[in-house]
Structures are given as C-alpha cells and as structure tokens.
Design a protein around this ligand. Structure first.
Ligand code: X2X
Length: 341
C-alpha cells in the first residue's frame, strides 16, 4: 500500500498492539491453566483431560501449561456449577458433560430427552452435524469457546433391589440423578423417587443404601466398582447419552495468540476423538466384552429390546414433550429428523 509506509505503518502496529485479540503476548500467559473434569484419569473422561493437557503442552512448546482438577473440585464438587465457573473465570478450561451444563444451557437437555438416540451412530449424527453446530453456537453465545465433542456414554440403569424389565419394576425405587430437573421428571414419570446428588456424594449414598440405584455409562459402572457397592442389577435401556464438550473460558482464549489458539483447538479435536473411542471400547458390535467384565463382578444384566423399551418410552412421553418446548421445538424436530431410522 502506497501510504502505509514509515510512521503510518508503525502507528498502525502500535494501535493493533493495544487490541487484546491482536496483542496477545505469550509473556502474559498464566503459569497454569485450570482444567475442570468430573472424573479422574482412571476413567476415559479424565484420561481425555490429561491427554488434552499433554498435547497442548507439546504443541505450544510448554507456553500453555494445563493442570487438571478432577472431581469438579474448582466448584467444590458441585458439577452443576461447572459451567458457571467457566463463565466467571474460576475455571479456565473444561471437559464438561452436557448433563452438568444443562441447568445453565437449556438446549443441552436435548441429549437427555428419553429415547431420542438409539445407538452410537445417532450420537455422532447429532454432535457432528448441524444440530451439534447449533448447540456450539448456543454455548458460544453464552461466553465459553467450545472446541470439540467428546463422550461420556449411554446411561444404563442399575439398582441393588431387583431386575428391572418394565416401568412397574421402578415403582418406589430411590434413584440418584444429577443435573437437570429433566431427570427428576423422567424418573418420577416412571414411578421412581429421584434423589439429586453430585457424583462425589453418589457413591457413599449407594454404599450406605440411602439410595437404591443410579444411572451412568457402563465404563463408569465398571471402573467405579458400583457392583461392589451393591449395584447388582443392571438394565440396558440406552435411554439417554451425555456427550462431553471441550471448552475454554472466553477471556483466556482471547489472551492467547492465534497460533496457540489453533494448537489448543487441534489438541482438543485429537483428544476428543480418542475419548469417544475409549468411551465406546468394549461396547460396540455383538460381543460387547465389557458386559462380560461387569457380569464377572456378580451383576445380572437385563437387555431391553425395542419392544421392551417401548413401555419406558410411552411412560416418559409427556416429559419428552414438556422438555422439547424448553429446549426449543425447532432444534428437537431437527434432531428427530436427523436420527430417524
Ligand atoms: O455424575 C455423573 O453421573 C457423571 C459422572 O456421569 C456426570 O458427571 C454426568
């Protein structure tokens, strides 16, 4: 450019340096960025956190040093406040469950609509397609920068009392749930008594038989040894699944150079893809070897077929309809269309 010579160019550079997005300077980086997860590295979720941190360290030559805080410890273990922490800067980065964030981001209740998704392919269709992009726009509109979808998994039902094959079997069972009031509605519609507890409170409550049952992905059921806490009946019903979101606090993000942001994003994409694979390990195909491991812990497994699930679907239909309105009917209809078999 003809005029952009000498003092003019220097003045422009000085001006740009005053704008934080352009002036991000590695010298101003924090010595530690705090990454929140609910589960520790012995679970696929926490392992994903460690992996994300390690990859970011590698890709940024150690400029961005991340420390993982499992147990949602940055918000005193109250996982439903994790999103708020990510907004107000108590948390710099998180791998958060859509369930735990849904009290603040109502659209994320989508994945908790009973029996919306049937299989892993359905989860992928939603997270990797236009619905997932719309949800990221919604999260981003609230502040945090979402980077990639990970996975906790389909949530299966366990209890210490009896095999559950129909909604009648759930009558009067005290079931631990977390997060959104949607779970309270769902369990109540099935005749159970929902009890809201964070994960850290759930295990002692199960051990002391203050609650009869819970729902969680099978990898968690196995590795947390819930069978050892008396959870010896398991029903495979795939009623909801919770994808995880890799995200960064907005101010933290804007404080990084564009190259470092790109490094963090790429690291999230790699760690998230590995996380999805790890969350599904042993649960794909006909054999599903993880089920044998669970049975070896002394657990009796009931597998519901399509007809078996139908009674649960019918019993929870009014909850589905009520929450479709809260989530946004348009988004729900688009999701339904995308996973139609
Ligand atoms: O608390 C749970 O059940 C867990 C670990 O699965 C979540 O954070 C949603």
């Amino acid at each position: 450019m003809r005029f952009a010579t000498g003092w003019l160019r220097r003045a422009a550079a000085a001006l740009l340096a005053m704008v934080p997005a352009f002036g991000a300077n590695a010298a101003d980086y924090k010595s530690e960025y705090r990454l929140s997860t609910v589960l520790p590295a012995t679970f696929a979720w926490g392992a994903a956190g460690e992996r994300w941190a390690a990859l970011v360290g590698e890709k940024t030559g150690g400029r961005i040093a991340i420390k993982m805080y499992p147990g949602a410890s940055l918000v005193d273990g109250d996982q439903t406040r994790e999103f708020a922490g990510l907004l107000n800067g108590t948390i710099d980065m998180a791998i958060g469950s859509t369930i735990n964030w849904s009290p603040q981001v109502e659209a994320l209740n989508l994945f908790s609509l009973p029996f919306l998704m049937h299989d892993f392919a359905d989860i992928d269709t939603l997270t990797r397609g236009p619905v997932g992009r719309e949800l990221f726009r919604i999260v981003e509109g609230r502040g945090p920068v979402p980077l990639a979808w990970g996975e906790n998994g389909f949530r299966e039902l366990s209890n210490s009392r009896r095999p559950i094959t129909s909604p009648e079997d759930m009558k009067g069972l005290k079931l631990r749930v977390v997060g959104s009031p949607l779970f309270i509605d769902t369990m109540a519609s099935l005749g159970a008594i929902p009890v809201e507890l964070s994960w850290s409170d759930a295990k002692p409550a199960l051990a002391e038989r203050r609650v009869d049952g819970q729902e969680n992905p099978l990898g968690i059921f196995l590795r947390a040894n819930l069978a050892g806490l008396g959870q010896t009946h398991l029903t495979l019903w795939e009623y909801v699944a919770d994808p995880l979101i890799f995200a960064v606090n907005r101010e933290v993000w804007e404080g990084w150079t564009p190259a470092d942001r790109e490094a963090v994003r790429q690291a999230a994409v790699v760690a998230a893809a590995e996380n999805v694979a790890a969350a599904r390990r042993g649960l794909e195909g006909d054999q599903r070897p993880l089920l044998r491991e669970i049975e070896a812990q002394g657990v009796r497994i009931v597998t519901l077929d399509v007809a078996g699930k139908q009674a649960f679907r019918a019993a929870t239909r009014s909850v589905y309809d009520k929450w479709a309105k809260i989530i946004g009917e348009d988004l729900v209809r688009r999701a339904e269309e995308a996973v139609k078999h």
